[in-house]
Design a protein around this ligand. Sequence first.
Ligand SMILES: *Cc1c(COP(=O)(O)O)cnc(C)c1O
Length: 424
Amino acid sequence: MNTWNAALKAGAKLSTQELMDQFVVPTYRRFPIALQKGQGVDLWAESGKHYMDLGGGIAVNALGHAHPEIVEALRLQASSLMHVSNLYYQRPQAELAATIVGETGPGKVFFCNSGAEANEALFKLARRVGHDQGRFEIITATGSFHGRTLAGIAACGQEKVRQNFGPITPGFRHVPLNDFEALKAAWSASTIAVLIEGIQGEGGIHPAQAEYLKKVREWTKEQNALLLMDSVQCGFYRTGRFQSYQRLMEGVAGGEDFLPDAIGMAKSLGAGFPMGAVWIRDAYADVLGAGSHGTTFGGTPLACAVALKTMEIVKRDHLDDNARNLGEWMKERLNGLVEKYSATLKEVRGVGLMLGVQLQEGLSAFSGAGDVPSLKATEALAEAGLILIPSGTHTLRFLPPLNLTQDEAERALTIFESVIKTIS
Ligand SMILES: *Cc1c(COP(=O)(O)O)cnc(C)c1O
């Protein structure tokens, strides 16, 4: 008999942390907080402690926790049709695909359940396009993150995700982001695609430069290769536009005509309901034909109804503009804090509601053996009631819901400043 059953029999109550530590595979180093309930940007632990959640479950909870209209959309759809096989037609998937195409550009959509799966579909699309020409190589950026599948870890521009999982899936090369000459130097007769995050998330909030994107678009076109974008974290209106490149290319000559060949999406798409999608430009939209790819759960009526409702609310309430304007305001405020606490904070990066604050190196508050500054700072912030997401060793990410209000942002920044003050 396992401990749980034994403990149940003995009438003991094991804590959530004890149970998870014993029965859940330890792929995550968890903070010692058991979350129980959320409402908007507010989050409560089992202990009753209150937090402001400006991590949004890592850029997932686009409308915060327990949004009443999302709860209602879930309830309504679940009570009529939760799942049907992709062997049949259904309305929510039809309308969501049309909506995503409308927000992105002429093409079609493949539905899946996560970011890793969305990128996996991008890789298969590129391989299928290049197959008959013997081209298969995909170039990605150093520091990039593209998911945890075997091909995903090969695509990531971070060695640590690949360690001890060899042999690694062949066909991926990595070059520094925003270095066009490096991309050209890495090009070979086997190259079929380039994959770029509009703004690197896990890598520490590093935006791609508009001029770079433009050159890569022209180059890939010349080479008859695909430009793929990973919008899993930076997409879904977080920058003020549906796709981050749409925002990044604003003000650039010809920027509004910029269009990649395929885009991976997930995270915020279902506002907390698991869902992923791939938009594929019309020229390649029929490459993955019947039988070439698929997934049981991708694009269920339930996931699509929730995503559709989320997009409807974002548009109706102008949350794209809110992400843009409130993001600008927060960035200004954070830049002010960088000036004020320059010994502790190095810089602010990012666009809209995807912001990263980088800590200075060698802070005495985090000089203990094995201290990772971003983790220690996240812990201190949580202790003070603010949840942010660590990124790399020195960056703290703000990835709040798109309906965050200025008052909430103000309160969160007050907590943030109080903790930074203590660290300093
Ligand atoms: C989170 C993330 C992924 C992986 O998404 P999962 O849903 O965890 O599989 C891929 N790319 C980027 C840019 C991400 O941020």
